[in-house]
Design a protein around this ligand. Structure first.
Ligand SMILES: Nc1ncnc2c1ncn2[C@@H]1O[C@H](COP(=O)(O)OP(=O)(O)OP(=O)(O)O)[C@@H](O)[C@H]1O
Length: 233
């Protein structure tokens, strides 16, 4: 589904990614782990075409996207929930959900408003309200719902639970669990390693712009000392 090999990227003259490699297979839940500033968000931005790659390869479904625009990457089926809950502030909840809806890939069971409202009942209750009147947690649900409405083949969540109350976090994790059960491919960045160990199939650890470790959740236990030295927990 997604394959990244030897990816390099920079902000101006400052190189941040040196050698990033990772894979997400169809239906797999994969994490990017690493301390702050190690290059997780930059990796996602480069995959999405928001930052040009200096080298390396990114393929989606076997097709290279390393020079593709963000629109083209989205059309190829990658949905991103970026850091920071970016709702469209002038639109209502419902309008946010339908603004970028698409079923480009002819999915048989596409996401609809009804399915999103069923996943996040609070959004139904607030459908006609301006998105800016929602709480932080509700805004995060809205951004996830909006990404689902594009029917992504791969959904990327960058720190989706950061700064949220535990009860809202639990709702987001239960959404992730349901998506996983439905066979949705997911790439997750989050600090809640314990939850990620339970939910994810595979993990990639980044250190100073390089992939330095990968393995399943059982491998994290086996290599606990090493992984914890990278991840800092
Ligand atoms: N817009 C930018 N311009 C210049 N440097 C940046 C920019 N954004 C990030 N960086 C730098 O790139 C490096 C990687 O940052 P990145 O945000 O990818 O890390 P991260 O692993 O996602 O960490 P965090 O959890 O803090 O978001 C850091 O050294 C950071 O300071």
């Amino acid at each position: 589904m997604l394959s990244v090999h030897g990816l390099k990227a920079a902000y101006g003259a400052s190189q941040v990614l040196f050698d990033i490699s990772l894979e997400v297979a169809k239906g797999e839940v994969v994490t990017l782990l690493g301390r702050n500033g190690m290059g997780k968000t930059t990796t996602i931005r480069t995959i999405m075409g928001l930052l040009p790659a200096l080298g390396g390869e990114v393929t989606i479904g076997g097709r290279s996207v390393v020079r593709a625009t963000p629109e083209a990457v989205a059309r190829m089926g990658v949905g991103l929930v970026p850091e920071g809950r970016q709702v469209f502030p002038t639109l209502t909840v419902r309008e946010n959900l339908i603004a970028t809806a698409a079923n480009r890939l002819g999915r048989r069971d596409p996401w609809t408003l009804e399915r999103v409202y069923e996943m996040f009942p609070r959004l139904r209750e607030r459908a006609r309200q301006s998105a800016t009147t929602l709480s932080g947690g509700e805004q995060q649900m809205l951004v996830i719902g909006r990404a689902l409405m594009t029917n992504p083949q791969l959904l990327i969540l960058d720190e989706a639970t950061e700064g949220l109350a535990p009860v809202i976090r639990a709702e987001i994790w239960s959404c992730v669990e349901r998506l996983k059960a439905e066979g949705q491919s997911l790439l997750l960045i989050d600090k809640n390693i314990q939850v990620l160990k339970r939910l994810a199939d595979r993990h990639f650890v980044l250190e100073k712009g390089r992939t330095v470790w990968s393995g399943g959740s059982a491998d994290i236990e086996r290599d606990a000392e090493l992984v914890h030295s990278y991840v800092g927990i």
